[in-house]
Design a protein around this ligand. Structure first.
Ligand code: UD1
Length: 416
């Protein structure tokens, strides 16, 4: 199994180009199921999760063609309406086929995702919303069995803010009869990106990006050409790495307007930022100042950035208090960071991080995607060698991470 070897303790210097957003590409790929016309995408990142989504759609009969960052999906002939356990268990976002399949074919069989390393992660809000639109749903042998005639528009108040839940219901509503109003909807930029793609396909959607989304269903959707938005979490990860390790880094092809909460915390840590239309430059000299933060749905501080900022706090001047409010078990990286010499105390879902003068390289284990990113940031600042095991988690969500960091002067390599 591949590992990542990092010899840390050097500042980062140079320029990298941000990839397309994983969390926008996945729902947008699933939106191809809504139409019998080709959906042509650009800026699709080369990630394990994107490959898994391609496989999932492929086994349903979707013709998937890939050429670099371009991808064409043609769901004219669908031969299966099943998302099998083997694929859903490797990628929970597979549940995003549920809404589109049900809306276009009146039938779907999707494995229940079950638990995952960072928490329970149920999909009850997806199911409740589809039931409100007239679907009959049963759970049988670990599968969501869903049936419906044409879905009907409904007013749906979600109990909590769910990103993929909002996306699933928005896609289903696009082909439903009448108007759907989604209240307490997720405001994440990826929801907006999906709404834009759906609009390009002919959907009538208002309010994406606010907590009330209104969808007027249409009889059919067309194909479209769509460019996936830049990845704000990848962007934030590089910025956090530069803030922790020091140096000067410029990110291009980014979407700075989606990163307000992250940029505010970086400034608080003492980083100098220069924000352009689609670029962000960061300069950091000396030790960062510790920052305290609470994760929250967008526009709050992203839970997917929490581990990277814990690494920053680990070497900062002062004490930072980090509270995770989205997932109940998303602090596992703290234990691994302790192996590098970090001073972190966990109380429930809060971490108290006392900055230490230096971290020392060690062997650590990645437990989930963003935890791995946190460990990479920690490894970049630690003196000596850090060996990160189970980096397949990183490949799910970061395109060519070691190449990009290598281009910034980091000594980082993949070892067998
Ligand atoms: C998405 C992102 C993920 C990010 C997360 C939170 C994608 C593909 N993934 O995941 O990177 O970490 O948002 O920003 O976009 N919940 C329920 N019932 C539901 C749905 C969710 O209780 O039906 C709970 C979850 O257990 C969790 C919280 O709501 O505690 C938020 O989850 P959600 O926003 O749905 O996360 P994902 O969409 O799975």
């Amino acid at each position: 199994m591949d590992k990542l070897r990092i010899s840390g303790g050097r500042p980062l210097e140079g320029e990298v180009r941000v990839s397309g957003a994983k969390n926008a590409a996945l729902p947008i790929m699933c939106a191809a199921l809504l139409t019998d016309r080709p959906l042509a995408l650009a800026n699709v990142p080369a990630l394990a999760d994107v490959a898994t989504a391609g496989k999932l759609l492929g086994q349903m009969g979707v013709a998937v063609e890939r050429d670099g960052g371009r991808m064409t999906l043609d769901a004219r002939r669908i031969t299966s309406r099943v998302a099998p356990y083997e694929l859903v268990k490797t990628m929970r976002a597979s549940v995003l086929v549920l809404g589109p399949l049900l809306a276009r074919f009146g039938e779907a069989r999707v494995s229940l995702p079950g638990g995952c390393a960072i928490g329970a992660r149920p999909v009850d809000q997806h199911i409740k919303g589809l039931q409100a639109m007239g679907a009959a749903i049963a759970i049988e042998q670990g599968y969501i069995e869903a049936r419906a005639g044409r879905l009907r528009g409904a007013r749906i108040v979600m109990d909590l803010v769910t990103v993929t839940g909002t996306e699933n219901l928005m896609m289903a509503a696009a082909l439903a009869e009448g108007t759907t109003v989604l209240e307490n909807a997720a405001r994440e930029p990826e929801v907006v990106d999906l709404a834009r793609c759906l609009a390009a396909m002919g959907a009538k959607i208002e309010g994406a990006g606010s907590d009330v989304i209104r969808v007027e269903g249409v009889g059919r959707l067309e194909g479209a050409d769509y460019r996936v938005m830049p990845d704000r979490i990848e962007t934030g990860t590089f910025l956090a790495a530069a803030a922790a390790a020091g140096g000067r880094v410029r990110l291009t092809g980014a979407a700075p307007q989606t990163l307000d909460a992250t940029l505010a915390k970086l400034r608080e840590a003492g980083a100098k930022l220069a924000v352009g239309e689609d670029s962000i430059a960061i300069e950091m000299s000396g030790r960062p100042a510790s920052v305290s933060l609470r994760t929250a749905p967008y526009p709050g501080f992203a839970t997917d950035m929490q581990a990277q900022f814990m690494a920053l706090d680990a070497v900062a001047e002062g004490t930072g208090v980090i509270t995770e409010t989205i997932f109940e078990n998303r602090m596992m990286h703290a234990l691994e960071m302790q192996r590098l010499g970090a001073d972190i105390t966990i109380q429930g879902t809060t971490a108290v991080v006392k900055g230490v003068g230096r971290l020392q390289g060690a062997n650590v284990m990645a437990t989930d995607l963003r935890a791995s990113a946190g460990l990479v940031v920690a490894g970049l600042v630690a003196q000596g060698e850090t060996l990160i095991d189970r980096i397949y988690h990183l490949d799910r969500g970061y395109e060519a991470l070691e190449k990009k960091l290598g281009a910034l002067g980091a000594r980082i390599e993949r070892v067998k």
